[in-house]
Ligand binder design. Structure first.
Ligand SMILES: NC(=O)c1ccc[n+]([C@@H]2O[C@H](COP(=O)([O-])OP(=O)(O)OC[C@H]3O[C@@H](n4cnc5c(N)ncnc54)[C@H](OP(=O)(O)O)[C@@H]3O)[C@@H](O)[C@H]2O)c1
Length: 301
């Protein structure tokens, strides 16, 4: 009988939102090597390099990042180490080992000053420390690793940790009013729906920048919150007469010290044209996610 070997995949940020979904869903098809802060602090490039040198692997997905914008502004050197230098080191080692690397990036590298939908050809702009460190990583990863792909994602929700979706539901369930920004736009994505397409990207010959998103209409944080609440009402998680959502403007939020690019809606042009792949629609994802949340709360009673 022929022996069956699974390809090995390293997943960084294994305890984070996209990392958790990647480890859970890819374990069926790959031998997953989860990499979290407990194994290596990515701010230490030397340790990271030694750790990766000692492993054999076919693929690496880097989901890890310092992603709090104000945290990056306050700690720019650590942000650079984690968001730029660590991916560069990973890319260099992937290239030496002939492993394919998928670097997860962000819609926040896009310009965002015009109400314009961006495909991969749109010129980026580093609008702050987080955005600039992620943009620099995109360039360095592509330079260091011939067989690399950059997957830009936006507005994630999922099982790995609490996100906007959970916060909207929890606020509404408590009967409290929630203020949501109505003049900043992007596209939400369910982490579980991204993972199968991430796997396709790794198995393909595609390299360079890819917009890793479902092809949906732009949402503001306010319209996103409205749709979350409507779906929760349909599932019986909230009362029908809820009218607790208030509109806010980006300029109303005084604790944002770092610029938020305002219009970062991505189109997944290369996914559809060059990979014939699509990410499932986020609103179906919200329904699936909320149903699972409801089932879990019932079984845990
Ligand atoms: N979430 C979004 O809406 C969104 C939007 C656009 C782009 N992205 C990008 O998508 C990727 C995944 O996002 P996510 O929401 O899954 O992130 P996340 O939940 O914040 O997880 C990030 C992971 O990185 C790890 N990490 C951070 N600093 C580290 C360090 N110094 N050493 C080792 N590990 C470290 C964290 O570990 P600890 O738990 O130990 O801190 C965490 O597990 C990121 O690259 C992010 O930039 C996310």
């Amino acid at each position: 009988m022929a022996a069956f070997f699974m390809k090995k995949i390293i997943i960084t940020g294994a305890g984070g939102l996209l990392g958790e979904a990647s480890c859970r869903l890819l374990a069926e098809h790959y031998e997953v090597i989860p990499l979290s802060r407990a194994e290596v602090d990515l701010a230490d490039a030397g340790k990271l390099s030694d750790y990766l040198d000692g492993l054999d692997f076919d693929y690496l997905i880097n989901t890890a990042a310092m992603s709090g914008l104000e945290q990056c502004l306050d700690q720019p050197e650590t942000a650079y180490q984690v968001n730029t230098e660590a991916p560069r080191v990973m890319a260099k080692i992937c290239n030496q080992k002939r492993a394919k690397m998928l670097q997860i990036s962000t819609d926040y590298v896009l310009d965002g000053r015009e109400n314009k939908i961006h495909d991969e050809a749109s010129p980026p702009r580093g609008s702050g420390v987080y955005s600039q460190t992620k943009l620099d990583a995109e360039k360095l990863v592509m330079q260091e690793c011939e067989n690399s792909v950059i997957g830009r994602v936006s507005w994630l929700f999922g099982h790995g940790r609490s996100t906007f979706v959970d916060q909207v539901i929890e606020t509404a369930q408590k009967g409290e009013r929630g203020g949501y920004i109505s003049n900043k736009f992007s596209v939400p994505n369910f982490s579980d729906y991204l993972v199968p397409v991430m796997s396709k990207l790794l198995e393909s010959n595609l390299t360079g920048i890819v917009h890793l998103t479902n092809d949906a209409e732009p949402e503001s944080w306010f319209s996103y919150a409205e749709k979350i609440v409507k779906n929760a009402i349909n599932l019986g998680m909230l009362n029908e007469n809820l009218n607790l959502l208030d509109k806010k403007e980006l300029s109303d939020i005084t604790f944002f010290k770092e610029e938020r690019p305002q219009y970062t809606v991505m189109r997944p042009k290369r996914l559809s044209e060059e990979l014939s792949a699509r990410v499932e629609n986020w609103e179906a994802g919200v329904r699936q996610y909320l149903k699972q949340k409801l089932e879990n709360s019932l079984t845990n009673r």
